[in-house]
Every structure is written in C-alpha cells, then in structure tokens.
Ligand binder design. Structure first.
Ligand SMILES: Cc1cc2nc3c(=O)[nH]c(=O)nc-3n(C[C@H](O)[C@H](O)[C@H](O)COP(=O)(O)OP(=O)(O)OC[C@H]3O[C@@H](n4cnc5c(N)ncnc54)[C@H](O)[C@@H]3O)c2cc1C
Length: 440
C-alpha cells in the first residue's frame, strides 16, 4: 500500500502487517527490516519500512491500573486519547503529552515525546516505569532504569530501532479538574518573548505561537501561553459541581486537499496578523478546557490536507540555551527573507535531558510547517545549516528529508547509536525508511 507519515511526504510503497497477537508479531519481526508503526502521527518516514511495517493497532488493551500511585500498564498500541477518556474522569492525566492525543503509547516512548512542560517536568520517558521490548528473535525483554538499563535508555527516543515495544508501564499524574488556567501574553519581539519564557520557569506549561513573518522590529513576536491545571477552588460554581465534565465540541473534518496556491506568503501574513490581533484582544487569564489547551488541532480531523496534495514537512530543531537567541534570530531572518511563511510556528523552552538518544536539550525549540516545494526544501536545508552552526539538533519524529551528514555532524550521539545497533545486530532486524536514509 501507499504509506506516509502525518505530513503525507514522502509517500512510499510499503508492505504493512497488523499482527493480532504476539505469535503473529514474532513471525513478522523475524522476517527482518521491520519497523513498528503506532498511529502514524510522526510527520515523515520514521514509521515506514517498505518491506515490513508492523502496525501495532491491535495491541490496544489497557491491562492494569493502580489508583494509589497512577501506574498504568498497557499495550503499546493504546491511544493516548483513550487513556485520557478512561482516566481523566477520575482525576488522572498524562504526565507529558504532545500536541495531539492521537498517538500511541509505543510511539510516545519511541520518540520520547515532549510537551509544554518539558522545562519543568521533562519528557515522556521520565514517566515510563518499565517497558517490554521484542527483539528480532521474538524474545521479550523487560527493561527499566534498574533492569537492562542500557536497552531502556536507547529505546526511549530510539525511534523503534531497538525493537518493538509491546507493553509499557507509565505513571499518570493527579489533577483536580479537567480545566486549565491559561494566561495569554503577547510579546513584541524575540528578546521580549525569551524574557517571558525565562520568567515563567515555574509555570507548569508554557508554549508560544510565533509570527515567523514578522518584520525586523517585530521579528519573534509571539503569543505566549502559560497554563496550570485548575484547582476546584478556581472553577466557577457550575464547573465545581462536575469538575471533570467538559462538553466535547463536535470536530470538523477537512473535506478536501486545499489547492497549493492558497498557502502563499500573503495568506500566511494575513493569518498571522489576524491571529496576533486576536491574541491581543484575549490577553490575560481565563479558564479553558483540557482539549482546547493541549490539542487545538485535533478538533479539525484531517487538518494535514490543508497543505494540499503534495503534503508538508516540519522543521524542528532545538538550540542550546546559550546560543538560542542568536540562532533563533538567524533562523527567523532567513524565513522572513525567503517569504515562505508557516501557519504553525511554535516555540518552546526545554529543560535538561538525561536519556541517551532523545531529542530535547536545555534550550529553545522551534517547529515550523512548510508545504512541500523545491523552494521550501531549499529553505529547510539553509535552516539546517543555521541550526547546526549554533550547536542545534533535529527532531527525528518530525523529519522526512534531512541529510545523513547533517544528523551525524549535528548530533554527536548518533555514532554511539549506530555502534550499539551494529554490535547488537539490530540493523538487520529493524530499519525504517528514515533510518536507511540517515544511515542509523
Ligand atoms: C499535530 C501534532 C502535534 C505534535 N506535537 C508534538 C509535541 O508537542 N511534542 C512531541 O514530542 N511530538 C509531537 N508530535 C509528534 C508525535 O508525538 C510523535 O511523532 C509520536 O511518536 C507519534 O506517535 P505514533 O503512535 O503516531 O507513532 P508513529 O508515528 O506511528 O511512529 C513514530 C516512531 O515511533 C516508533 N514506534 C511506534 N510504535 C512503536 C512500538 N510499539 N515499538 C517501537 N517503536 C514504535 C516508530 O517506529 C517511529 O519511529 C506531534 C504530531 C502531530 C501530528
């Protein structure tokens, strides 16, 4: 079948299997060159193997929950959306969540996803107590920080290249309500934005939408959103009566691929100006529901069609804290000069990262979507160079086009990752189109 990631680029012919039990999983993995696929929400080709994509959708059972400490044991194909639906009504929420709830637990571990709370609470791997990993012989190894710790460390953020995660035990966190106390802070330029982020280190959640087509004086202007889980006392009388009851809005579905000409720089500029103005009007504090705060895009099903038939790519890098301001300035200047805007431009502040191969590091991460074209591909190559020249690195879960040398040069850990894969003979067992392209 024709298969791609969420960005619908690149699209490849791939053989896809969806085993229903462990026995069937063993036989597919044994064939070699396998890669696990969760819900295909990574943007590029990390969950595609042309000869052996193993879809984990039938490994979707929740197995045990301990309400004394929030420990959930579940199969790797369980969707985060189902975890929230099941446990939020009794006061439990994921400790870390990406910007969509339509991801699987296996995909979250493999990409070691980060949320809006990385600066304070780290990435998803921190809340994984243990995982069970199937290797190419079909054996299942339980790994944790104390048991097979080395394998655990490489698997968290290892993009499916150490084996197939079959089960995980994750810790959820307790919340008093399904509501978030959100503060919107408009900023005027990059320096101002970074001051706001630095002053907000104690806020649980922080994220900014960034106007990437700002002119020189307004370059880096943002709407910074801060958030806290609302306590019962902070809710209205009506909300207090049922603090976990949130009326679910009906999602809309993108009915067709937008024609590519609709996404020109004038459309992006007009959208950005209107969005910023709206933020100015709505600045300050208000109580919003969890779905709107964490997953604004999930309400538009199939929103990836907005970029047209050729699909889109995401550029996401992280820059070390001491080089962030200079690096971000150069990245934004390059985008603005080229004039290829991005509707979805997001800036976040990361904290320290401890696992072996995860993406985050102490600094700032910038994520931008671009429709696929020769011009945008050339722009992204220039952005790669700028980010790398400031000591930055790139997020594999978003990548569908980076050159192997760029990854090798920008991420000193990739040599150790390749050596580990070679030594453990994992390169015959597990390969994605991405790992082949990047020589991982
Ligand atoms: C709208 C949107 C917003 C996003 N926001 C964020 C964000 O804020 N932060 C962030 O970190 N990410 C974000 N992402 C990216 C997303 O969280 C990751 O790509 C995640 O890995 C996708 O999970 P999935 O289950 O769809 O996995 P897939 O896309 O199917 O696979 C992703 C990787 O995980 C591996 N994998 C999947 N299942 C298993 C398994 N059982 N065993 C071993 N390996 C496995 C695959 O081989 C592949 O390498 C976003 C994506 C979208 C579409």
């Amino acid at each position: 079948m024709r298969l791609s990631g969420w960005g619908r680029f690149p699209v490849q012919d791939a053989r896809v299997f969806a085993p229903r039990d462990e026995q069937a999983l063993i036989s597919h993995i044994g064939a070699g060159h396998a890669i696990a696929r969760g819900n295909g929400r990574s943007y590029g080709d990390s969950a595609v193997s042309q000869s052996n994509t193993v879809h984990m959708r039938f490994f979707n059972r929740m197995l045990a929950f301990d309400s004394t400490n929030g420990l959930l044991v579940a199969e790797a194909g369980v969707l985060l959306a189902d975890v929230i639906d099941t446990f939020l009504p009794s006061g439990w929420f994921p400790a870390v969540t990406p910007g969509t709830k339509f991801v699987t637990l296996g995909g979250m571990v493999a990409a070691d996803v980060h949320g809006k709370n990385h600066h304070k609470e780290g990435s998803f791997g921190r809340y994984v107590e243990w995982l069970e990993l199937m290797d190419q012989s079909g054996s299942i190894l339980r790994c944790s920080r104390d048991q097979n710790a080395e394998v655990f460390d490489w698997t968290v953020g290892g993009m499916g290249l150490t084996g197939v995660i079959v089960r995980v035990a994750i810790r959820l966190k307790q919340v008093e309500s399904a509501w978030i106390k959100q503060q919107t802070i408009p900023t005027t330029n990059l320096q101002h934005t970074m001051e706001v982020f630095e002053a907000a280190q104690e806020s649980t959640y922080s994220v900014a939408w960034i106007d990437c087509l700002g002119t020189q004086s307004s370059s880096g202007r943002c709407l910074v959103y801060l958030g806290e889980h609302a306590t019962i006392a902070e809710l209205s009388k009506r909300q207090q009566k049922a603090p976990f009851e949130v009326r679910r809005k009906k999602g809309i579905t993108m009915p067709f691929d937008f024609p590519s000409w609709t996404l020109n720089q004038y459309a992006v500029k007009a959208f950005n100006a209107a969005y910023y103005k709206n933020g100015l009007r709505n600045q300050g504090e208000r109580i919003v529901d969890w779905d709107g705060f964490f997953y604004p895009l999930d309400s538009i099903l199939g929103w990836n069609r907005i970029y047209g038939r050729r699909g889109f790519l995401q550029f996401q890098c992280v820059l070390p804290i001491d080089r962030s301001e200079k690096g971000l300035k150069e990245l934004l200047a390059e985008i603005s000069t080229t004039g290829i805007g991005s509707f979805l431009a997001v800036l976040k502040r990361f904290g320290e990262q401890y696992s072996k191969f995860s993406f985050p590091m102490l600094g700032y991460t910038l994520a931008l979507d671009f429709p696929v074209s020769e011009r945008s591909l050339a722009l992204m190559q220039r952005l790669d160079k700028i980010a790398a020249s400031h000591g930055g690195r790139f997020y594999l879960a978003k990548d569908g086009r980076i050159a192997a040398e760029t990854i090798r040069q920008s991420d000193s850990r990739s040599d150790a990752f390749i050596a580990m894969r070679t030594e453990q003979q994992l390169r015959e067992g597990f390969q994605s189109s991405q790992s082949e392209r990047l020589g991982l």
